[in-house]
Design a protein around this ligand. Structure first.
Ligand SMILES: C[S@@+](CC[C@H](N)C(=O)[O-])C[C@H]1O[C@@H](n2cnc3c(N)ncnc32)[C@H](O)[C@@H]1O
Length: 285
């Protein structure tokens, strides 16, 4: 089989913002977080929740899909890296002619396969494995939503995204961590600094240091969370605070904090904290 190659984006002069080693900054944040229960992720165990999110997505309003819709057509092939249960791979199949979804978690892949079968979508093929190990030919557009937080060695990961894209590369990333509304509680209970994930503020200068000058569209501000009831909010808060299943000594205080801070909106409970994500994308030249 002939392996197609594609050019790495014509690079701009690298800018080293603030004299910081942004790749080392990224690695440190990921490693500190992954060494803490806060950073543990059981993707198989989360597949059903991600499948629900995929089913609930409003394609017309979703900020990432709105940007993708401006740049992707039926003539295009699209690659979704870390596709999860298909929150974006599924609607992307309506924009692009064909889609490849790379996903390492068997549980996520099973949820995606179920959704594809249920909707009768045949234009999405699934590649099992991490992005680091995946062998895929270049696609017209490449996207990667909410995955970089878990990648310590992020530069080769981004370089591979860029190399796999013939025309454009899209990254979706949070500006604020999802735990943001819980930070006052964290300080009270843990007493030390929160092991926060790397986010948009770490990514953009990192891209500049790689000679990539990306477009950015910030999403409308959202409230944090969004839970059907206090028990679900408590379960999520426990997870976000890195508490294990048998650690219940803080439940009373967490419940009290949630009662004080959550507000009811459209029948759901959420934090009033304003949070954003960013669609970060660049064209190949
Ligand atoms: C937060 S979920 C996001 C899923 C999907 N992109 C979405 O936005 O709904 C992160 C996904 O990245 C996958 N993942 C984690 N490490 C990865 C890696 N090194 N390469 C590719 N995917 C990875 C996980 O299995 C998980 O499905």
């Amino acid at each position: 089989m002939r392996v197609e190659t594609t050019q790495v984006a014509t690079r701009w002069r690298a800018i080293n913002a603030g004299g910081v080693d942004w790749a080392a900054n990224w690695r440190r944040k990921v490693e500190v977080r992954q060494a803490h229960p806060v950073g543990m992720r059981d993707w198989d165990g989360r597949a059903q929740r991600f499948a629900r999110r995929a089913a609930e997505l409003n394609s017309a309003r979703d900020p990432l899909l709105r940007v993708l819709a401006e740049g992707v057509s039926k003539d295009d092939s699209a690659l979704d890296v870390g596709a999860g249960a298909g929150r974006y791979a599924l609607p992307l199949a309506s924009l692009a002619g064909r889609v490849t979804a790379v996903e390492p978690s068997p549980g996520m892949r099973a949820a995606l396969a179920g959704a594809l079968a249920e909707r009768g979508v045949e234009s999405v093929s699934v590649v099992a494995g991490t992005w680091q190990e995946a062998v895929v030919e270049p696609h017209d557009v490449v996207m990667c939503a909410h995955v970089l937080y878990f990648v310590a060695d992020v530069v080769p990961f981004i370089e591979k995204l860029d190399t796999a894209a013939r025309r454009a590369c899209y990254i979706y990333i949070r500006v604020e961590g999802r735990e943001e509304p819980l930070l006052p509680l964290w300080e009270e209970l843990a007493g030390g600094p929160f092991p926060s994930e790397p986010g948009f503020a770490d990514l953009y200068p990192l891209l500049l240091s790689l000679g990539i000058r990306a477009n950015v569209r910030l999403t409308p501000p959202e409230g944090g969370g969004g839970y059907p009831d206090l028990d679900e909010a408590l379960g999520q808060a426990r997870l976000q605070l890195g508490l294990t299943l048998d650690q219940h000594e803080h439940d009373g205080r967490i419940r009290e904090f949630l009662r004080e801070h959550l507000v009811e909106r459209n029948g759901r409970l959420s934090f009033p904290t304003r949070m954003q994500s960013a669609v970060v994308w660049w064209q190949k030249e």
